[in-house]
Design a protein around this ligand. Structure first.
Ligand code: F6P
Length: 500
């Protein structure tokens, strides 16, 4: 089978980045060096975007600035924290920022993940916006901004691409120092309504800083609309043109757009085609079961305990499905220093135990928890051979698991159950089975409906989903973002010449 997805970036983007600086700024790094039994080893992070950006950076021979969180990171780097990567065939520079424990506590756990993360996901009750954490966030943003400025110097041609909510302040800092560069930011998570964001004591500072970007990208038009509402409320001096997402502020125009992040469909197809299923199926005793799958980072936004409650209700209502339907939970630990994540872990453990104790038998467990690390070919085999995917976040910027499941469904037999509060619902909602994760009975009934769908309808739905996911993949998304950034530069040139 030939791979789906766009083969490569467009000529325009490829040409543009063959002779200009591309600087990516992200919290997580593309390669980490760690000690393992006294030896230094290199690992690559799991994130799809990080993996997808790596080949673009290799071609552009750019610079990637990120937190050096590996314990051997600075052993292999020069005095400035720079190391050439990929380690096997170096072509670009990874410039590592060293953070102290106090920095990590205030900037990463504190302001990024105790304040902005819950707020952007609409969870006001969980948010703690401590001014002391904000001070660390500011200082760390300053360090990253300095690293950008050192790197590009007076290079007006450079394109700086900030990733995510860890860098709410760096764009304004960089703009103050190097006026000419094109600044772009992709906000990976939702942007909430003003009524929620106004809880943040630094709302105005963050919104005004993001307006130092030339291009600001969200996943969906809803987040763009929410952000523009926040601009109008927090920065009344700004002029917002909703017809084209242009915001004029401080002698500068920011274009605010929605491009929904895609997955590397070609790579997922390759991996799902490998024959990793029989071994995995045997190891977890899944032979002849109907499988419902959940794959999540263990985060309270993902709706995992709520999903397990709904499964419990389903088994209560449908005794005929006991002994057959098996829910496989693949969970990865996350941000474990934060209390809300520790509580979640306990809640998930207790919920799984409760359901297994209540319904399990000698030869069947309703919930199987996969704790071991699965190599990618096994993970995508699991996606491929699952009958249902339960993607039930309470709120999610996009949710790439929904798209990965679709991309791995080579036989088009599975059904996607998708929360209406995931960004992915905007694109995939019509052919998924939509659920409201807060409605226990509604999710239980949706599982029943999904299992009862006739084969022909399942195939039709999945075929349409696959067309969407395969055609607007990670490369197509990246091409859109980088082309839009080049357009912003073009618009700026026009404005300058109009005023010359
Ligand atoms: O979805 C937002 C995000 O920050 C991603 O960019 C990242 O891969 C994921 O959450 C994991 O979070 P962390 O880097 O805090 O482990």
């Amino acid at each position: 089978m030939t791979n789906p997805g766009s083969a490569a970036l467009s000529d325009r983007v490829t040409d543009a980045f063959s002779d200009r600086d591309l600087v990516v700024v992200s919290n997580r790094q593309p390669y980490a060096h760690d000690y393992d039994d006294g030896e230094i080893t290199v690992s690559r992070p799991a994130g799809g975007l990080t993996a997808g950006l790596d080949p673009v950076m290799q071609r552009a021979e750019g610079t990637w600035i990120a937190w050096g969180d590996g314990d051997a990171d600075f052993e292999v780097a020069d005095e400035e924290g720079r190391v050439r990567v990929p380690p096997d065939d170096p072509s670009y520079t990874l410039s590592r920022v060293r953070l102290s424990e106090e920095d990590v506590e205030g900037y990463y756990y504190g302001y990024s993940n105790r304040a902005l993360w819950p707020l952007c996901h609409g969870m006001i009750g969980t948010a703690r916006c401590d001014g002391r954490d904000f001070e660390h966030y500011r200082q760390v943003n300053r360090r990253f901004a300095d690293a950008v400025v050192d790197r590009i110097d007076d290079d007006d041609d450079a394109l700086i691409w900030f990733q995510d909510y860890h860098f709410g302040l760096a764009p304004r800092m960089v703009r103050g120092d190097v006026g000419g560069a094109v600044l772009t930011q992709f906000w990976h998570i939702p942007w909430p309504t003003w009524d929620t964001f106004r809880v943040c004591p630094s709302a105005e500072t963050i919104v005004a800083s993001l307006l130092a970007n030339d291009l600001l990208v969200f996943h969906t038009p809803e987040y763009v609309g929410n952000f523009l509402d926040c601009v109008e409320a927090a920065v009344p001096e700004a002029t917002v043109d909703r017809s084209n997402g242009a915001v004029a502020y401080d002698d500068h125009t920011t274009t605010v757009v929605a491009f929904p992040l895609g997955v590397d469909a070609g790579r997922i197809t390759d991996l799902a085609e490998r024959d990793a299923w029989p071994d995995l199926e045997r190891r977890h005793r899944l032979e002849d079961r109907t499988i419902a799958l959940g794959v999540d980072r263990l985060d309270y936004t993902k709706g995992i305990p709520e999903r397990i409650d709904a499964l419990e209700r389903f088994f209560e209502d449908h005794p005929e499905r006991r002994g057959d339907l098996t829910y496989v939970q693949k969970g990865t630990g996350s941000r474990e220093e934060i209390e809300a994540y520790q509580h979640l872990q306990d809640r998930v453990d207790r919920s799984i135990e409760r359901v297994n104790d209540r319904f399990g038998t000698d030869d069947w467990r309703p919930i199987i928890r996969v704790q071991e690390h699965l190599p990618k070919e096994e993970l995508y085999a699991l996606y491929r051979h699952s009958d249902l995917a339960l993607v039930t976040p309470l709120r999610d910027g996009m949710n790439l698991v929904a798209k990965e499941f679709v991309a791995a469904q080579l036989d088009s037999e599975g059904v996607l159950l998708l929360s209406e509060f995931a960004g992915a619902h905007e694109e995939l909602g019509d052919d998924a089975v939509t659920i409201n994760p807060y409605d226990t009975q509604g999710v239980a009934d949706a599982i029943d409906r999904a299992l009862a769908l006739p084969e022909e309808e399942r195939r039709e739905r999945m075929t349409t989903l696959r067309e969407r996911v395969n055609s607007y993949d990670l490369v197509a998304w990246m091409d859109d973002v980088l082309s839009a950034a080049l357009d912003c530069e073009g618009n700026r040139d026009e404005i300058v010449s109009e005023h010359a």
